[in-house]
Design a protein around this ligand. Structure first.
Ligand SMILES: [Zn+2]
Length: 94
């Protein structure tokens, strides 16, 4: 096998492994998030927000991670969106 093809193959395998690992981590985070929601749901002390993407209800402090993990949103975009939601909520409470 010529070295360039071999290098390409190695690269391909590496990329595939990274993608698999990412998927795996996302899945774990998702399960962890669901578990957290289930655990904290009975105490309604924490503010609940509605996800703008899927209309799911979850705690405000979990929203950023939910957007990133569940909706593949970029970290900065998710943080921005949560910030906007927060300020809108604060305004409506005034
Ligand atoms: Zn959502």
């Amino acid at each position: 096998m010529d070295p360039i093809a071999e290098l390409g193959l190695c690269f391909g395998i590496a990329v595939l492994l990274i993608l698999l690992l990412q998927r795996f981590i996302r899945e774990i985070l998702r399960l962890w998030e669901q578990q957290n929601v289930n655990e904290v749901a009975p105490r309604i002390l924490l503010p609940i927000s509605t996800c703008p993407v899927c209309d799911g209800r979850l705690e405000s402090h979990l929203m950023t991670r939910h957007l990133i993990v569940t909706h593949d949103m970029e970290v900065e975009k998710a943080a921005e969106l949560v910030e906007v939601m927060r300020s809108e909520k604060a305004q409506s409470e005034e």
